[in-house]
Structure formats: structure tokens, C-alpha cells
Design a binder for this molecule. Structure first.
Ligand code: NAP
Length: 287
């Protein structure tokens, strides 16, 4: 039995569906009872669980062969660090209490660093906490999700501007499709390693200018790339509606990227191949 958190999300849903397609026993975790029916129809067992409820999560993990988990970011939290810490304590506690033999964690490039990476420091803490439980941990570390393009679709469609939070729009960066990550997670659950490992999942590389070109083609309008200087990042995030603490954290994340702190440094690399055009098509079709 494999237990999948975040089953209503992008990576977790593909992980669960990939396992079900191979005939594996799957128990998905959802937060709302209304999300259960669809999964039951697909052949999954369902538990209604919040990741910060250690006792209920422990019960849902009992007897499983592997657990896929993520640390959901809450960009509306007043205290994002407290939110991440509460989830981490509960998740690692439940993994220890239920004696889970193998955990596949959706981590990130840069999660080997304790500080200076904004929200990724929460992933560092979760990796450490899970390691300390004695489980075998497969940490899947990816760079940018290709789906991050959805954050700028509205502004691009309406204004024709494609904002870039970097000094240059021409630096190529690897970007992975969440569908590829879900497939990698499903494979990892089915073939657990003997010892813990950090796996870089590296997608094809694109510059932000190339992303703007591809998005513009899909939207049917030419987009103007506008690089936003570092000193204006926090203000721009606040203007976009983020609380000051979150804005600072996001700015730190973008600075870390500029400094190369999010480069792959894991034990091995898995290449992912879905091209950005495909992901942009999927994102636009789902709107
Ligand atoms: N964006 C990037 O470029 C990037 C890069 C590297 C790593 N990551 C990691 O990827 C994660 C996001 O993965 P994703 O895109 O697959 O997620 P997603 O689509 O944003 O979905 C989040 C999932 O987590 C569930 N969830 C949220 N809070 C929960 C809670 N307290 N208890 C139980 N379930 C909860 C949500 O359930 P509901 O449907 O009930 O809300 C949903 O299923 C980030 O948190 C980050 O750690 C992101």
C-alpha cells in the first residue's frame, strides 16, 4: 500500500494515478470529504487527513510500504515559518510513529542549504526531520516547475507584459513539468533504495525570454519582457497582494536563484523531458 499526500494537487495527483494505472494499492489523503468520491471511482482508498494532524496522519500511514509527501506552501500564512514548522513536526512525527519504511518527499533544489533560500528552508528542515526518523528518504529535488508560468498568464494576456524577477531574461534554467515529477515519484515508491538519497529531477532548460515567446505564441499575442530590478522585488510582491513577510521570503528565493544556490547537487540525476509548450497547453486548457 502506498499513501499519497497532496492527491488533489499537481504532483500528488499524477503520482497516485500512475500507481493506480500499474495496479498498485493506493491510499490517497485529501482534506475535504467532497474530494473522496472521484478517487474511490478510480480505485483508491481515501482518508480525510490534514498533514498537521499527527494522530490522524499516523493512523493513515500504518502498514504502508511507502509514503509520498510534500510540504505545501501557504502564501497567505501570517507566519510562514511557523506554518512550515507545524507541518514538519506533524509529518515527521507521524512517519516515526507509524514506522514508515520509505518516504518519497517532494523537495527542491537548494534544500541542502539551511538558510538563504526563502521558503526552501522549510524543505531543508523537513528533509532533516524525516532523515532523523530512521526512514529511508528519497528527496526529489527539482528546480522551477514549468507550471509557474500560470502566475503570469493573466497579466501577460491583459497587458502584453511578461515580468521577470532576475537581472537577465536570457539565462537558461531547467524547468520541470509537474506531471514528470509525479511519474518519477511513483517509480521511486515502487523501487525503494537501500539507503536515503537526494535525487535531482532536471527538466529541459529555457530562458525567461524563451518562456515569454512560447506563452505569447499560445496566447496569440507578442509579449514584452520586463526585467524587474532586485531592489524592486519586495515592493512588486507586496503590490501583487503578498504579506510583507512572504514578499521578503520570495525575494530571498529569487536572489538565491540568481546566486546559483538552487543548482543540482544531489546524489544522482533523473532527466525529465516534457517540453514547456506541452505544459503551457495543459495549463491554458485547464482554465
Ligand atoms: N513551484 C515550484 O517551482 C516548486 C519547485 C520545487 C519544489 N516545489 C514544492 O512543490 C510543492 C507544491 O507541489 P504541487 O504543485 O504538487 O502542489 P499543489 O498543486 O499546490 O497542491 C498542494 C496539495 O497539498 C494539499 N495541502 C495543502 N495544505 C495541506 C495540509 N495542511 N494538509 C494536507 N494537505 C494539504 C492540497 O490540498 P487541497 O486541494 O485540499 O488544497 C493539494 O493537494 C511546494 O509546496 C514546494 O514544496 C515547488
Amino acid at each position: 500500500m502506498y499513501v499519497i499526500a497532496g492527491a488533489t494537487g499537481r504532483v500528488g495527483s499524477v503520482t497516485a494515478r500512475s500507481l493506480l494505472a500499474e495496479g498498485a494499492n493506493v491510499r490517497v489523503l485529501v482534506r475535504r470529504p467532497s474530494d473522496a468520491e472521484n478517487w474511490k471511482e478510480q480505485g483508491a482508498e481515501v482518508r480525510v487527513v490534514r498533514l498537521d494532524d499527527r494522530a490522524v496522519l499516523t493512523a493513515a500511514l500504518h502498514g504502508c510500504a511507502g509514503f509520498f509527501v510534500l510540504l505545501p506552501f501557504d502564501l497567505t500564512a501570517a507566519h510562514p515559518d511557523d506554518h512550515a514548522e507545524r507541518l514538519t513536526t506533524s509529518i515527521a512525527g507521524a512517519v516515526a510513529d507509524a514506522n514508515v519504511p520509505h518516504v518519497v518527499m517532494l523537495s527542491s533544489a537548494g534544500a541542502d542549504l539551511a538558510e538563504g533560500t526563502g521558503p526552501i528552508t522549510g524543505l531543508y528542515a523537513l528533509e532533516q526531520a524525516l532523515q532523523a526518523t530512521g526512514t529511508v528518504l528519497t528527496a526529489l529535488r527539482s528546480g522551477h516547475f514549468q507550471e509557474k508560468v500560470s502566475d503570469v498568464i493573466e497579466v501577460a494576456r491583459e497587458s502584453g507584459v511578461f515580468p521577470v524577477f532576475a537581472a537577465s531574461a536570457d539565462a537558461p534554467l531547467p524547468m520541470v513539468a509537474t506531471a514528470d515529477l509525479g511519474a518519477v515519484a511513483a517509480r521511486a515508491l515502487q523501487s525503494p533504495p537501500d539507503v536515503s538519497e537526494n535525487v535531482d529531477v532536471v527538466g529541459p532548460s529555457y530562458s525567461e525570454r524563451a518562456v515569454a515567446t512560447l506563452l505569447g505564441e499560445a496566447l496569440g499575442r507578442e509579449l514584452q519582457v520586463a526585467t524587474i530590478p532586485e531592489e524592486a522585488w519586495v515592493g512588486a510582491f507586496v503590490q501583487a497582494g503578498f504579506r510583507p513577510r512572504i514578499a521578503e521570503s520570495l525575494a530571498e528565493l529569487y536572489r538565491a536563484d540568481e546566486q546559483g544556490l538552487l543548482a543540482p547537487r544531489g546524489d544522482r540525476t533523473v532527466r525529465a523531458h516534457t517540453p514547456l509548450e506541452t505544459t503551457i497547453g495543459r495549463v491554458l486548457a485547464a482554465r
